[in-house]
Design a protein around this ligand. Sequence first.
Ligand code: ZN
Length: 367
Amino acid sequence: MRGHIKAILAIIVLVLIASACSAPVQPVDTPPTEPGDEVVQPGETGEDEGSSGEEDEDEQQNEIDYQTVKPNETGKIMVLMYHVIGDSEGEWSRRWDNFRKDLEVLYEKGYRLISLNDYISNNIEVEAGYTPVVLTFDDGTQGQFNILEKDGKLTVDPKCAVGIMEDFYSARPDFGLAATFFIYYPVPFRQKDFIEYKFKYLIEKGMDIGNHTYGHANLGQLDAEGVQSQLGRMAAETDKYLPGYTINTLALPYGANAKEQYREYVYRGEYKGFEYQNEVVLLVGSNPAPSPVDAKFNPLSMPRIRATDDPAITSDMYDWMDYFDKNPLERYISDGNPERVVIPREMEARVDESKVGDKQLIVYDLE
Ligand SMILES: [Zn+2]
């Protein structure tokens, strides 16, 4: 009898130990082995080297401690808006050295560049613990992208936005290199001999061109034909320089949208047989934008933030960075894996599960 009780007790203890060991310390499906522990049997490698090998690697890379990293993929994202980059500071212009300072401060505060398209398609590849940020430039001014020509040799002006971003990127490759330039015609970036050169240069570097209407039009003053002419002609003209490149983002000049009855032509339409479609419509507004899984996320009405540190402006990028420092739960923090959406439990109510799609949603408790 005694032996029986001992045996039963021993089994209970073993079960308790076993269940304690297998209880996840983090709410993540932790791989059974530590990185490097894996024993590969001879002959096993040939069979499915492809996808499953990569998956193992992914899982190992994303074994992160949620309590330290505090991923919050329902947090907000800043879409920054620049206009003129040049020698002076003003309401719609940023001095080139201050633009460089902006990049430095963003980098130091843990922000990393992603493209506008990766943001709206929720393909956010940012290292665990970091925050995505989107750069946008309106109007295609020369200081955004200036080419210097000397003895037949072309160089990018080191004081223009593209030159500064590239230089910064070569010093800090983990910051990323991404931006969308919302241009209009007839001479985007104001150097008529280099339009095609600049477009191709930007695309090759992974940057994008967006629609800012053909002639910087106020869409609110146009009818169906006028709206389509402004948006379609811009897209058709760009297609001449970049055949096959799709313009699918729009920044509204003056922040003015078309009248309600013509609004559909802002999203899609046709000009002289050329069809266009805008999946993103950017406002001039002054708030950070919702996470792509937030119920409030609407790519057809996306707020942006003024990229300046002008004390007269109370909701510029520096004000918002301060706000995020004080309200960390409002800030998007990546878990490092674009296939997973990881959020603290207190933010769960913000999520629209239909926007999570095929991704894995992980909710965890902040200690
Ligand atoms: Zn503009």
